[in-house]
Design a protein around this ligand. Structure first.
Ligand code: EPU
Length: 422
C-alpha cells in the first residue's frame, strides 16, 4: 500500500491537461460487448477502475489491446458469466449487465455489496431490465438475468427515491438498443457521461434520441457494428483541480475540458468571489479582488451540483476563515467520510442530518489522515495543500481508482508531495 506525503503551504500556478472521464469510460468499455466487431476507444484514463473493466471484458472473452489511452476491443465470442473476484473490486462492473442482456439475453453478475458512500442498491437497474421482458433471480449472491423470448421495447420510469440513476440508465440503454420496438426511459439520468455513452452507441448503429435529457427514446435495431470514439473530458477531475486552484492557487488553468459540464462548479466559485476565465476548452480560476465568501449548495442530479464535487468543496469551505458554508447531500446522504478526517486537520464542521455546516478556520494543520472513498480522498489532498506542515494521506489506492496521476499533475502546478510505502 502507498501513502501520499503532502507539504502544505505552497501556491499552485500553471496549466493542467484533464484526462478522459472515468465515469464515461466504464460504461463505454462495457458497451463494446454489444458487437462482434472491433471498437476503438480513445482517451481512456489509466486508472485501477478502467483496468478492472478491461480485465472483466477479457474474462468475458473479448480481445483487448491497449496502447496508452487507446483501447482496441473485439468481443467476437463472449460468455454471460462475470468473474466474482473482479466484479467485487469495482461496483461499476455492474454495467456489463445491460450489454450482456442485450446481446446474449443472459447475464450473471455478482450482486454489488454496500460501499463506503452508502447502501447503493441496484433495484432500478433490475426493474428496467424486467420492463424489457428479462427475468431476474437472485441466487448465491449472484444476479441471474435471462430472457427466453426476445426483449420488447416499452415505456418505463427509472426515477428512484434519490432521483435518477446514472449506471441504471446506462444499463437499460445498452439493453434497449438491441431490443425490438421502441423503449422510452422517463426519469433518465441526464449526466454528460450518459450522453457520451449514447453517442458511442449511435456510432455503433443504435437509434437513440434525447440522451442528455430525462427522457430517452430508443428504437431497437437488429445488430450493432464496430465504431471509434473519444471519451469526453473528466468534469470531476477538472472540478477538483479548479477547487485546488481556489484553495491555494494564483491562476490554475484546466485544459481539454467542456466548460458547459463545469457550470455548477464555476458558478459556485464565482459566487464565492473567485475569478473565472473561460476560453475555448480551458477554464482558469484566479483569486478574486476581495476575501472569498462562504457558499451553500445541495447536491442534485445533473445539471445540479454534483455529489462527486461535494467533498472537494467541503475542503474549500474549511479554508474560508470566519465564513459559514453549508453542504447538503441528497444523492448519497451518508457521503461525509471526509468530515472526521478534515476535523483531524483542525476543521470546524458540524453535521446536521444530511448537511455539513462548515466554518472556515484561520489555518488547517497537517495530520495523518485516512482516505476512504475516491472523492473524500481527493478532498483530503486539497486540504493538505493548504495546511500548515505535513499531511500523510493513507490508503492512496482510493485516489488511483479515479484520478490519473493526481500527484504528478499537482506537482507540475508547484505542489510539494510524494508517494511513499505505508
Ligand atoms: N439508486 C437506487 N437504486 C438503484 C440505483 C441507484 O436507489 O438501482 C440510488 C443510489 O443509492 C443513489 C442515487 O440512486 O442514492 C443515485 O445513484 P446512481 O445510480 O446515479 O449512482 P451510480 O450510477 O452507481 C454514478 C457514478 C458515481 C456518482 C453517481 C451519482 C459511475 C461509475 N459512478 O454512480 O461516481 O456519484 O453516479 O452521480 O458512473 C465517483 O466517481 O466517485 C462516483 C461515486
Amino acid at each position: 500500500m502507498q501513502k501520499l506525503i503532502v507539504q502544505g503551504g505552497t501556491r499552485l500556478r500553471g496549466k493542467v491537461t484533464i484526462s478522459g472521464s472515468k465515469n464515461s469510460s466504464l460504461p463505454i468499455l462495457a458497451a463494446t460487448l454489444l458487437t462482434k466487431d472491433e471498437c476503438i476507444i480513445r482517451q481512456v484514463p489509466d486508472l485501477s477502475d478502467t483496468n478492472y473493466m478491461l480485465q472483466i471484458l477479457r474474462e468475458l472473452g473479448a480481445e483487448v489491446e491497449r496502447a496508452s489511452g487507446t483501447m482496441h476491443i473485439k468481443a467476437e465470442k463472449i460468455v454471460s458469466d462475470t468473474p466474482y473476484d473482479l466484479v467485487r473490486k469495482m461496483r461499476a462492473s455492474i454495467c456489463v449487465m445491460g450489454p450482456l442482456t442485450g446481446r446474449l439475453r443472459k447475464a450473471v453478475v455478482s450482486m454489488p455489496g454496500g460501499c463506503v458512500i452508502g447502501d447503493r442498491p441496484v433495484d432500478l437497474h433490475l426493474k428496467g431490465l424486467e420492463y424489457l421482458g428479462a427475468k431476474v433471480q437472485m441466487d448465491g449472491g449472484n444476479i441471474h438475468i435471462e430472457a427466453t423470448e426476445p426483449l420488447k421495447g416499452t415505456t418505463m420510469n427509472l426515477t428512484g427515491k434519490f432521483g435518477s440513476t446514472v449506471l441504471g440508465t446506462d444499463n437499460v440503454l445498452m439493453a434497449a438498443v438491441l431490443t425490438k420496438g421502441t423503449t422510452i426511459i422517463e426519469g433518465a439520468a441526464a449526466e454528460p457521461e450518459v450522453e457520451d455513452l449514447a453517442n458511442f452507441l449511435i456510432k455503433m448503429g443504435a437509434k437513440i434520441e434525447g440522451a442528455g435529457t430525462t427522457r430517452i427514446v430508443v428504437e431497437g435495431v437488429e445488430e450493432l457494428h464496430g465504431a471509434e470514439h473519444t471519451v469526453i473530458p473528466d468534469r470531476i477531475e477538472a472540478g477538483t483541480f479548479l477547487v485546488a486552484g481556489a484553495i491555494c492557487g494564483d491562476g490554475v488553468m484546466v485544459r481539454r475540458v467542456d466548460p458547459a459540464h463545469l457550470k455548477t462548479t464555476t458558478d459556485t466559485l464565482l459566487a464565492c468571489g473567485y475569478d473565472i476565465a473561460i476560453s475555448g476548452d480551458t477554464v482558469t480560476v484566479m483569486p478574486g479582488s476581495g476575501d472569498p465568501k462562504g457558499f451553500h449548495f445541495t447536491t442534485r442530479p445533473y445539471p445540479g451540483f454534483p455529489t462527486d464535487m461535494q467533498a472537494q468543496f467541503c475542503a474549500l469551505a474549511c479554508t474560508l476563515q470566519g465564513q459559514l458554508s453549508t453542504a447538503r447531500e441528497t444523492i448519497f446522504p451518508q457521503r461525509f467520510m471526509h468530515v472526521p478526517e478534515l476535523k483531524r486537520m483542525g476543521a470546524s464542521i458540524e453535521m446536521e442530518g444530511d448537511t455539513a455546516r462548515i466554518t472556515g478556520v484561520p489555518q488547517l494543520s497537517g495530520a495523518p489522515v485516512m482516505a476512504s472513498d475516491l472523492r473524500a480522498s481527493a478532498a483530503l489532498v486539497l486540504a493538505a495543500l493548504n495546511a500548515k506542515g505535513t499531511t500523510e494521506v493513507h490508503r492512496l489506492y482510493h485516489i488511483d481508482r479515479g484520478y490519473e496521476h493526481l500527484d504528478e499533475k499537482l506537482a507540475t502546478l508547484g505542489a510539494v508531495l510524494q508517494r511513499a510505502k505505508e
